[in-house]
Design a protein around this ligand. Structure first.
Ligand SMILES: Nc1ncnc2c1ncn2[C@@H]1O[C@H](COP(=O)(O)OP(=O)(O)OP(=O)(O)O)[C@@H](O)[C@H]1O
Ligand SMILES: [Mg+2]
Ligand SMILES: [Zn+2]
Length: 328
């Protein structure tokens, strides 16, 4: 169970790198401070000696150990104070020479209270997410390349709305959603026929949200469900994909309805929507299915959860085809 072992090894390496970088930074701060205030070098040497003395007392355990330890500690404190004062005199913060940690909780050991620290698991998850997302063309679909002129400036006879205005509204909504991304947040369903920009807009959101440091998982329903199935029933049991899908700050579940229909997929979908909803983590669901088809295929419980989301309808003429014709 858990994540691919290689991600744990890579996370160890990453934490080791952090320690090295921080130690180098601390060394350079010490050199800088000693240059500006040479007395600091003396204090530090003296402190190192008191450390040695302390170790000797602890090992030798003389009868007056307690008094000796107290006096060493007092001397040490005085040196500490002198150092801080010297730092302030040359305009440096008094904690300037302290050890530097990316994660003060585990002090960059990766272990906190005998377990893997959250900072360590964040690295593991980030690496696993990158692998899961590696097939998506995240960079190709920004908001900038989304052009509303592809949508006809006419009123749709069925929906009774101006198609271009509707799509402009969808674009505005998505830009705002991405720029003001926060948790908890509302989920979105993008509905419409093929080639109308659902994947494009959801990837544009994903890219912006990723930039803000949130975790994002993008996958098509057939791909993600197949991975869940393999991990659940396969020879090597794992819950990597499931863990990533459930815990990502944003999940983009693309092409819902294009996967095979089977009970495992349906219950997986229910669990995903429900778990994520309960923890306030939003999902963007894209589908070609009409409302009646959703109801028929997934049943009441899933349908009602999808309806509770923000609904964006996509209208227009297949832009894949428009672009292809324009090339000719
Ligand atoms: N408004 C737009 N401006 C520019 N390019 C667009 C726009 N909408 C879609 N495209 C491009 O058209 C192609 C099809 O769009 P997209 O894949 O987003 O459609 P879709 O709605 O997800 O279709 P499907 O339901 O088949 O998955 C993509 O190459 C996309 O970049
Ligand atoms: Mg699509
Ligand atoms: Zn930590």
């Amino acid at each position: 169970m858990g994540f691919d072992q290689k991600f744990y090894a890579e996370a160890e390496e990453e934490i080791k790198r952090r320690r090295t970088v921080n130690a180098q930074l601390q060394d350079s701060r010490i050199a800088e401070a000693e240059l500006k205030a040479p007395s600091i070098r003396e204090y530090r040497l003296e402190m190192a000696r008191t450390g040695e003395k302390l170790a000797n007392v602890i090992l030798a355990r003389p009868s007056d150990a307690k008094e000796k330890i107290e006096s060493i500690e007092k001397a040490n404190l005085a040196l500490q104070e002198k150092t801080e004062k010297a730092l302030e005199e040359v305009g440096l913060p008094k904690d300037y020479l302290d050890s530097i940690y990316n994660c003060p909780k585990c002090r960059d050991t990766g272990i906190f209270e005998n377990r893997r620290c959250s900072c360590f698991m964040d690295i593991v998850k980030r690496l696993a997410s990158e692998r899961l997302n590696s097939s998506s063309p995240m960079q190709l679909c920004g908001f900038d390349s989304f052009d509303c002129n592809y949508y006809p400036d006419v009123v749709d006879t069925v929906k009774k709305v101006n198609v271009r205005k509707l799509m402009q509204h969808n674009l505005d909504f998505c830009v705002k959603y991405a720029e003001n991304f926060h948790l908890p947040n509302v989920s979105i369903v993008m509905k419409g026929q093929t080639g109308l920009g659902k994947t494009h807009l959801s990837l544009a959101i994903a890219e912006k949200v990723l930039e803000q440091g949130y975790s994002v998982i993008y996958g098509s329903a057939p791909d993600l469900f197949r991975k869940l199935e393999q991990e659940h029933f396969g020879y090597e049991k794992s819950d990597e994909t499931s863990e990533l899908i459930m815990s990502a700050d944003l999940l983009v579940l693309d092409d819902l309805g294009s996967e095979f229909s089977n009970p495992f997929y349906t219950s997986s979908l229910y669990n995903i929507l429900n778990t994520r909803y309960n923890s306030g983590r939003p999902t963007i669901v894209n589908t070609n299915l009409e409302s009646a088809e959703i109801q028929q295929r997934y049943g009441d419980r899933i349908t009602s959860r999808l309806y509770a989301m923000e609904q964006l309808f996509f209208l227009g003429k297949d832009i894949r085809v428009q672009k292809k014709l324009a090339k000719k």
